[in-house]
Design a protein around this ligand. Structure first.
Ligand code: SF4
Ligand code: SF4
Length: 502
């Protein structure tokens, strides 16, 4: 018999009894008391005392609960292989373009360091950017996200560049835009379809009073009403994209999220609009109180309370995802963030930081800081990190945000967290998932759509292995509205330094 897998979690839910989950295979079983006791014996290294039907042991072996550690290691290496294949793929070119770093807001927590810089991408940089794109001759597809500063302040550049992109890539589509929404008026909305902008992300910071205290126009006035007015225009337009409203959440406004979410979903019922919470990181030495951002434990509690009290399922669901998809623009060979002067970065969080520039589109060789590039791509590989390789949640975490990992491990910024909140809260997420699973089973029965798996043998499958788990999606592929919200760890920080640590 194979030994007990180090990726197992055997736990007793107060409401639903015993469960067994394995982070590597992704399988979860529900057990009755006697099978839980067998599992406990196996976990503790003793042979089960009862005459156990071979069927149960075989099930545990088939689903990775009893496993050869050497084979588990090989499985991780297989995951590493597919991760690397996606990271170093040259089929896609993914650009996050900041046509300007200037912004019409003056949010105290904003991490960008060039709010006062009114530079708008000039003709020379536009031409150099096009030449830079041409150098990526293997790329069959181009994916763009408009970012800033505030991209609507340089809408003409978006128009000019989009025309060039369509010339270069006839299938160019699926662009996204991260905007504060303030200048998204009727005229711009009417251009979105032609500009191939399929998703727009707009940020609110809570209900009107809180938002207006935090997302302040540079003239000192509140911005909530104007943003809502523009979302109304967007949702009543013929634009065929999707809008994601990101609500920045920290210790001071977390209680407002559910209220605001409901208000927005009611207001835009039937429209292509989603609302999700953004994990704000203020540990960046700015004027906002560094103590107000939620640590991973608090973020988990926020999500789990949101489910338990308000019935809000976190984006990406409650079930631990496959960490193999923990990829982003920063981990991708052909993913770049382009600043208005043509400077190149690897991550949204680096925009405006001179020391984090890896190159420029103006230089023939374009990579001018190969050391930083290597720190990002090779230095952050979680498969080279013994702590991750020993970590029980590695298969579902995938190593967290590489920007934070690099800043902590290589630049000594100890206040940042890059671990998944699953590390501390796996059982709590699984418990919440069980609640949802049981509710779904009851609904199915009531609606006559099937029966739950039987507990006749003393165990049943709650979550079988998902065959799709190891199909790694290239993070540079065009985003749909839902993906724009982020899944797992690779979401959009949206000018708040907030990556999406599950
Ligand atoms: S997850 Fe987001 S913040 Fe982290 S490295 Fe990737 S792009 Fe940057
Ligand atoms: S939780 Fe932390 S230690 Fe564990 S795999 Fe993720 S990043 Fe690595």
């Amino acid at each position: 018999m194979q030994p007990w897998s180090r990726y197992n979690t055997l736990f007793r839910s107060e409401r639903y009894g015993w469960f067994l989950h394995n982070t590597l295979s992704g399988v979860m079983l529900e057990l009755d008391e006697s099978h839980a006791s067998i599992a406990e014996s196996l976990r503790d290294g003793s042979l089960p005392s009862s005459a156990e039907p071979a069927g149960f042991i075989a099930l545990l072996e088939q689903n990775g609960f009893l496993a050869d550690p050497g084979k588990e290691r090989l499985k991780l290496m297989e995951n590493r292989y597919w991760r690397n294949a996606a990271c170093f793929s040259t089929t896609h070119l993914g650009l996050t373009i900041c046509p300007t770093l200037s912004c019409n807001f003056a949010c105290p927590y904003c991490f960008e360091h060039s709010q006062g810089d009114a530079t708008v991408m000039d003709e020379g940089t536009i031409e150099a950017l096009v030449a830079f794109i041409r150098k990526h001759g293997d790329a069959k597809h181009l994916t763009v996200r408009w970012y800033g500063g505030e991209p609507t302040l340089a809408f003409g550049i978006i128009e000019t560049l989009t025309a060039k992109f369509i010339e270069l890539f006839p299938d160019y589509a699926g662009a996204g835009m991260v905007t504060n929404g303030y200048l998204l008026d009727q005229e711009k909305i009417e251009r979105l379809n032609d500009l191939k902008i399929a998703s727009v992300q707009i940020t609110l910071d809570g209900t009107e009073e809180t938002h207006d205290r935090r997302r302040i126009h540079s003239n000192g006035e509140g911005t909530y009403q104007q943003i809502i007015k523009n979302i109304d225009l967007l949702m009543n337009s013929s634009w065929n994209g999707s809008c994601a409203v990101r609500v920045n959440v920290d210790r001071t406004n977390r209680h407002e999220y559910a209220v605001l979410r409901k208000e927005l979903l009611d207001r835009y019922k039937g429209r292509n609009l989603t609302v999700y919470p953004g994990h704000v990181n203020t540990d960046d030495g700015n004027s906002c109180d560094r103590q107000c951002s939620l640590c991973n434990r608090e973020w988990a509690a926020f999500q789990l309370d949101g489910y338990a009290i308000e019935g809000i399922t976190p984006r990406g669901g409650l079930y631990p995802p496959s960490g193999i998809q923990n990829l982003c623009i920063a981990t991708s060979l052909q993913g770049y963030v382009v600043g208005p002067k043509g400077e190149l970065y690897k991550c949204w969080e680096d925009v405006g930081r001179e020391g984090m520039v890896i190159g420029t589109v103006h230089d023939e060789q374009y990579v001018t800081n190969p050391e930083l590039l290597v720190r990002y791509s090779i230095g952050t590989d979680p498969y080279g990190d013994s702590e991750c390789m020993e970590c029980k949640v590695f298969p579902v975490c995938g190593g967290g945000c590489v920007n934070r990992r690099m800043r902590v491990q290589q630049f000594g910024e100890s206040s940042l967290e890059y671990c998944s909140s699953l590390k501390e809260s796996l059982e709590k997420y699984l418990d919440a998932y069980m609640d949802k699973w049981h509710t779904n089973q009851i609904c199915k029965v009531v609606l006559g759509k099937g029966r739950p798996p039987s507990m006749e043998n003393g165990y049943r499958m709650v979550q079988p292995e998902m065959k799709m788990r190891n199909e790694v999606k290239n993070p540079l592929e065009p985003l749909t509205g839902h993906e724009q919200e982020g899944s797992g760890n690779n979401g959009a920080p949206n000018k708040t330094g907030a990556s999406l640590l599950f």
